[in-house]
Design a protein around this ligand. Structure first.
Ligand code: 4NP
Length: 161
């Protein structure tokens, strides 16, 4: 990697329609706010194939917009190649992380599989709850968790204090 290569970050959940697109959008917005967008390549994917090709869930789109964040992209399934192609692979919950390990993702070398909430000082190592079968209030809660964790993740990756 040369100094000009972007740092690549892949957010992963189950369906790639609720949590990981939100994390992707929030992380990208925070990087832009810090004028660091050129330093990152950001994407998201799901461990399952149920929603491949679909736009993010309208409830994630709505909560993101309420906070000034636009979501982009269509759902895709994570591949073994992602695990060598991305510098950071950030799972939303422990079940996602186990699926990623099943695809060969470990913590060796520079490829890292971590939990998003490893970066949440309020509840380190917890799962980002799956809001899919709940109400809209669950999406606001997920936004708060994702926003808080992504701020710390950005600081960690960008090497800021
Ligand atoms: P996500 O949420 O993993 O945050 O995208 C889900 C989306 C769809 C399903 C489960 C979780 N599903 O069972 O279809």
């Amino acid at each position: 990697m040369t100094p000009s290569d972007p740092i690549s970050v892949l957010f992963v959940c189950l369906g790639n329609i609720c949590r990981s697109p939100l994390a992707e959008g929030v992380f990208r917005a925070l990087a832009a706010e810090a004028e660091l967008e050129d330093r990152f390549r950001v994407d998201s994917a799901g461990t399952g194939a149920y929603h491949v090709g679909e736009a993010p869930d309208p409830r994630s789109v709505a909560v993101a917009l309420e906070h000034g964040v636009q979501l982009t992209g269509l759902a895709r399934q994570v591949t073994p190649h992602d695990l060598t192609n991305f510098d950071w692979v950030v799972a939303m919950d422990d079940s996602n992380r186990r699926s990623l390990r099943g695809l060969g993702g470990g913590t060796d070398g520079k490829r890292r599989v971590v939990l998003l909430r490893d970066f949440d000082s309020e509840s380190p190592g917890s799962d980002v709850p799956d809001p899919y079968y709940g109400g809209v209030e669950g999406f606001e809660r997920v936004f708060q968790i994702v926003d808080r964790s992504c701020r710390q993740l950005l600081d960690e990756i960008a090497g800021r204090p």
